[in-house]
Design a binder for this molecule. Structure first.
Ligand SMILES: Cc1cc2nc3c(=O)[nH]c(=O)nc-3n(C[C@H](O)[C@H](O)[C@H](O)COP(=O)(O)O)c2cc1C
Length: 580
C-alpha cells in the first residue's frame, strides 16, 4: 500500500488540489475592478505554460489585453454573434438565454487570449501527424492550468466563445497560421458560486459521473469498483408513483383560486398531475420544451401495407432537419425545439446539426416472417430513448414531446396495441396515411398473421416490442420511461406514441404519472390505447399525421395549466369573496 502511494502528496496538499478542481468556476458576474498585479498574472501564465503538449510542441501563445478601446471593439464582435445565436433559438429557450450573461469583456481588468500554432515543431512533432487536432487539445490544457491557478489566486475566469474566429484574430493581429483557442476574461471577484451558473439558472445540469464512466467498452457504464450499471434496470427502478400530497395541494389550491371550482375542467387535472409528477405545488413550468422525432423503417412495409415508398422516411427526416415539415411549423408556433433521432432509418443519413445518429439497425425485419428485432435490439432502443430524454433534460428542457416518423409504423402500432390490450385487429387497425379498401383489408390480415405467429405475452413487454415494434416504438418507450425517471412531463402524440406508452407502462406502471395525452388521432387504435392507459386527450381534431404535431398543439395547454396553478391569486390572497 505504502509503495503504491509513494510520490503522492500528503493529504492536505492532495485535498487542496481536489478543492481547486471542484471550486473552479466559469465566472461572469461579480467581478471587481481592482487591477491584477503583474506578479500574480505572471504566476498564472507560467502555470498555463507548464501544460502538457503533443510532442512537447507548446503550441500556445498568450495575448494579454487590458486596453479599454480594444476590449470595446471585441465586446461589440461578441455582442453581434450573441444576437445571431439568440435569433436562432426557439422562443422559450430565447427567453432563458436572455437572462444569461455570457461575457464579461468590459467588467474585467484583463483579458487573455490563448492561441494555437498548429505548425510549431515542424512535421515530425510526435503524435500530431496522426492526430492534427492534438495541437488544439494542448492549448486547451494550457487554458485548464490557467483556470485552476487563477482560482487558487482568487481570480475569476470566464471563457467567451461567441466569436467568429477570424474576425477576432484580425483584431488581435494574429498571423494567419495561428488560431484563437480561448478568449478569457480575468479579474478578482466578490465570490465564487458553489455550482455552475448555468445549473443555478436551470439552463443545463451536471451529468452524474457514473453516466460518463464505462468499463472496457462504451455503454457499460459504472464507477470503478462498483457493479456495472444495468441501464434498463436502473431506469425502471428510478420510476416512482406521483406524489399524492403534491396532488392534493394542487387540487386544494385550484379550489381556492379566484375562479369557480372546477371551471378549468380537464386542465385542473393536468395541473394536479404536473404537481404530482414534480412532487411540489405549484410545479415548475413545463418549458422549455423539446420534441424528439424518432425515425425508423419497418420490414413489414414489404407486405404492401402503405402506399408510400420506404424512402419517404429518410426524405421526411431531411425535411424535418431543413425546417420544412408541419412539426417544424407547430414547434415554432409553440416555441419548442425540434430534435430528430435516427434510431433505424434504412438509409445512411448525412450528419447535420439537429440530427442525433442512434441507429440500432437499418430498419426492422418483417414481423410476419419472424421477430421485427432481437430482444437485445429492443433493450438497446429503449435505453437509447431514455438517454435521449436524459440528455434533453440535462440540456435544460423541462417538457418532452414525442414525435415519430416511419413509413408503415401504423401497422406495427396496431400489432403492438392488439398485443398489449387484447383488442381485435379489425378494431385497432386504421388507414394510416390513407389507404384504399383493398390495402386496408390486407393491413388487418397482416396484423392478424403477425399476432398468430408470435402469440405475444403482454407480461413480457420486451418480447412484444421485439416481435412487432419499430425501433422508434422501442426508443419512444424508453423516452417516456426516461421522462418518468427524471419526473419531467412527456406529451404523447398519436397512435405510435400511444403504442410505445403501452410498452413503457407495461415495463413500469408508474411511468403513467409522466404521460400527458396530447391529442386523440383519427386512428381507431389510438382511442383503444388511451382508454387502456386511462389518459384523456387534450386535443381532438381528427389529426393523423404523427411527427409530434398533435402533441405540440397540446403543449400550450399543459403550460397554461401549470401557469394558472402558479400565478392565479387565491380568494384569500386577492381579497375576493368566495361563493356562499
Ligand atoms: C470551450 C468552452 C467555451 C465556453 N464558452 C462560453 C461562452 O461563450 N460564454 C459563457 O458564458 N461561458 C462559456 N463557457 C463556460 C461554460 O459555460 C462553463 O464552463 C460551464 O457552464 C460549467 O461551469 P463551470 O465552469 O463553472 O463549472 C465555455 C466553456 C468552455 C469549456
Amino acid at each position: 500500500m505504502a509503495e503504491s502511494t509513494a510520490g503522492g502528496y500528503p493529504p492536505e496538499q492532495r485535498d487542496a488540489i481536489y478543492k481547486v478542481i471542484a471550486e473552479r468556476r466559469d465566472v461572469r458576474r461579480g467581478f471587481r475592478p481592482d487591477p491584477v498585479p503583474a506578479d500574480v498574472l505572471g504566476r498564472v501564465l507560467a502555470a498555463a505554460h507548464q501544460a502538457p503538449s503533443v510532442g512537447f510542441s507548446q503550441p500556445w501563445d498568450f495575448i494579454v489585453i487590458t486596453d479599454r478601446a480594444r476590449r470595446e471593439r471585441i465586446a461589440a464582435l461578441a455582442r453581434r454573434r450573441r444576437d445571431e445565436f439568440a435569433a436562432d433559438l426557439p422562443r422559450a429557450r430565447a427567453r432563458a438565454f436572455d437572462q444569461l450573461k455570457i461575457e464579461s469583456i468590459l467588467d474585467t481588468p484583463v483579458n487573455i487570449v490563448v492561441s494555437c500554432d498548429r505548425t510549431r515543431g515542424g512535421r515530425h512533432t510526435l503524435g500530431r501527424a496522426t492526430q492534427p487536432r492534438t495541437a488544439d487539445f494542448s492549448s486547451v490544457l494550457a487554458v485548464a492550468n490557467l483556470w485552476l491557478a487563477a482560482r487558487a489566486e482568487g481570480l475569476g475566469v470566464g471563457w467567451v466563445s461567441f466569436f467568429a474566429e477570424r474576425e477576432l484574430a484580425a483584431e488581435l493581429g494574429l498571423p494567419a497560421h495561428l488560431e484563437v483557442i480561448a478568449y478569457l476574461c480575468v479579474g478578482y471577484v466578490t465570490e465564487f458560486a458553489p455550482e455552475p451558473e448555468l445549473q443555478t439558472a436551470g439552463w443545463a445540469r451536471r451529468r452524474p459521473v457514473a453516466w460518463a464512466v464505462h468499463a472496457e467498452e462504451f455503454g457499460r457504464r459504472g464507477m470503478p469498483g462498483e457493479e456495472p450499471v444495468d441501464p434498463l434496470a436502473d431506469l425502471l427502478a428510478a420510476i416512482a408513483p406521483a406524489d399524492a400530497d403534491a396532488m392534493t395541494a394542487a387540487r386544494e389550491r385550484q379550489d381556492r383560486m379566484t375562479k369557480p371550482r372546477g371551471s378549468l375542467g380537464a386542465l385542473e387535472d393536468v395541473s394536479a398531475r404536473l404537481a404530482g409528477l414534480a412532487g411540489s405545488c405549484p410545479p415548475p413550468l413545463p418549458e422549455p420544451a423539446c420534441v424528439a422525432v424518432f425515425a425508423a423503417d419497418h420490414g413489414v412495409h414489404a407486405q404492401g401495407v402503405s402506399p408510400w415508398p420506404q424512402e419517404v422516411t429518410a426524405q421526411m427526416v431531411a425535411n424535418f432537419l431543413a425546417g420544412g415539415a408541419v412539426v417544424n411549423a407547430f414547434a415554432a408556433q409553440a416555441g419548442a425545439e425540434v430534435t430528430v433521432v435516427d434510431v433505424g432509418v434504412a438509409a445512411d443519413l448525412e450528419p447535420v446539426p439537429g440530427l442525433l445518429p442512434r441507429k440500432i439497425g437499418r430498419g426492422t425485419a418483417d414481423f410476419t416472417a419472424g421477430p421485427a428485432m432481437t430482444r437485445d435490439q429492443a433493450v438497446a432502443a429503449v435505453v437509447t430513448g431514455a438517454e435521449i430524454a436524459r440528455d434533453l433534460v440535462a440540456a435544460g428542457n423541462r417538457c418532452l414531446v414525442t414525435g415519430d416518423m416511419g413509413i408503415a409504423n401504423t401497422t406495427a402500432s396496431a400489432a403492438l396495441i392488439c398485443a398489449f390490450t387484447g383488442a381485435d385487429p379489425a378494431g385497432a387497425t386504421g388507414r394510416g396515411t390513407g389507404i384504399d379498401a383493398l390495402t386496408y383489408a390486407k393491413k388487418i390480415e397482416v396484423v392478424c398473421r403477425g399476432l398468430a405467429r408470435h402469440q405475444p405475452d403482454p407480461a413480457d413487454p420486451l418480447a412484444v416490442l421485439a416481435a412487432f415494434g419499430g425501433f422508434e416504438h422501442a426508443a419512444l418507450a424508453g423516452f417516456i420511461l426516461g421522462a418518468a425517471a427524471l419526473r419531467v412531463p412527456v406529451i404523447l402524440d398519436g397512435v405510435i406514441a400511444g403504442a410505445a406508452a403501452l410498452a413503457a407502462v407495461a415495463l413500469a406502471p408508474d411511468a403513467i404519472a409522466a404521460c400527458f395525452a396530447g391529442h386523440r388521432s383519427a386512428e381507431p387504435g389510438h382511442a383503444v390505447t388511451l382508454s387502456h392507459l386511462g389518459l384523456r386527450p387534450l386535443v381532438d381534431l381528427g389529426l393523423r399525421l404523427g411527427e409530434g404535431t398533435g402533441a405540440l398543439l397540446a403543449l400550450p395547454l399543459v403550460q397554461s395549466a401549470a401557469r394558472a396553478l402558479r400565478d392565479v391569486a387565491t380568494f384569500d390572497s386577492a381579497g375576493v369573496a368566495d361563493k356562499l
